[in-house]
Ligand binder design. Structure first.
Ligand code: ZN
Length: 233
């Protein structure tokens, strides 16, 4: 069963309202031009403008915020035009915790949003975790109730979030299986394959999520989730 085909404006509002209902302050998008940050030419993720809040240099207006951030693809710009899911310009939806909630809430809310609000079929969703992140495994398995064989463990290139210097850490993603007809047909095509079947980002009818919870010593615990939706024209 396919989910209801929401438009991008509806999905954006559904996301921001959902996280407002979980105590987040909705902030407007930051500028595409980084402010007081010499390390980036352009803002390329929802998390990038939040760095001073994460490191503790600046006190955030609230310890839970959500945004829809304007972004330009930079790091993997070579992928534009080769796949259906890499756009030059995109919006990244994000919910952020600055020393407030951590993995448990980031995971359970992302699942709640996708299955209860957007209405995705949970039998098509597959979480992935960093290879030795047993804490995340327990939350997915015991609290959310995802069977162990549906939880994929990946290495550093897939499930460890880092961005130059500064905050980094293991992350979790949720893949959506778009169906066999989108697969590459190769033996071993499964969650994590580069083809267009299992998407960690997807169309206006489906969703993309990248809940992550990097840790850094300056703050006791913080979490963020980036959500990317790409519209297929
Ligand atoms: Zn494949």
């Amino acid at each position: 069963m396919n989910p209801k085909p929401y438009g991008v404006n509806e999905l954006r509002e559904m996301f921001l309202s959902f996280f407002e209902s979980k105590g987040h302050l909705r902030l407007p998008s930051f500028s595409l031009i980084p402010q007081n940050d010499q390390s980036l030419l352009l803002i390329n993720s929802g998390m990038a403008p939040m760095k001073p809040y994460f490191t503790g240099e600046v006190e955030p207006p609230r310890h839970r915020v959500c945004t829809c951030q304007k972004c330009i693809r930079t790091g993997d710009i070579e992928n534009i035009g080769k796949t259906a899911r890499h756009g030059t310009y995109f919006e990244m939806l994000g919910n952020f915790s600055f020393g407030d909630y951590f993995k448990r809430e980031a995971i359970t809310w992302s699942w709640e949003f996708l299955t209860k609000v957007v209405g995705l079929d949970e039998n098509r969703l597959y979480p992935s975790i960093y290879e030795n992140d047993d804490e995340a495994f327990e939350i997915w398995n015991k609290e959310v109730g995802v069977p162990a064989e549906r939880i994929f463990r990946f290495g550093k290139s897939d499930n460890f979030w880092e961005h130059g210097s500064g905050p980094c850490g293991p992350c979790s993603e949720i893949y959506y299986d778009r169906g066999e007809k989108y697969g590459c047909g190769k033996e071993g095509c499964t969650v994590g394959c580069d083809c267009d079947r299992y998407m960690a980002s997807s169309t206006t009818t489906a969703t993309a999520t990248t809940p992550s919870w990097p840790r850094r010593t300056l703050t006791p615990a913080w979490a963020w989730s980036g959500w990317r939706w790409s519209a297929r024209m």
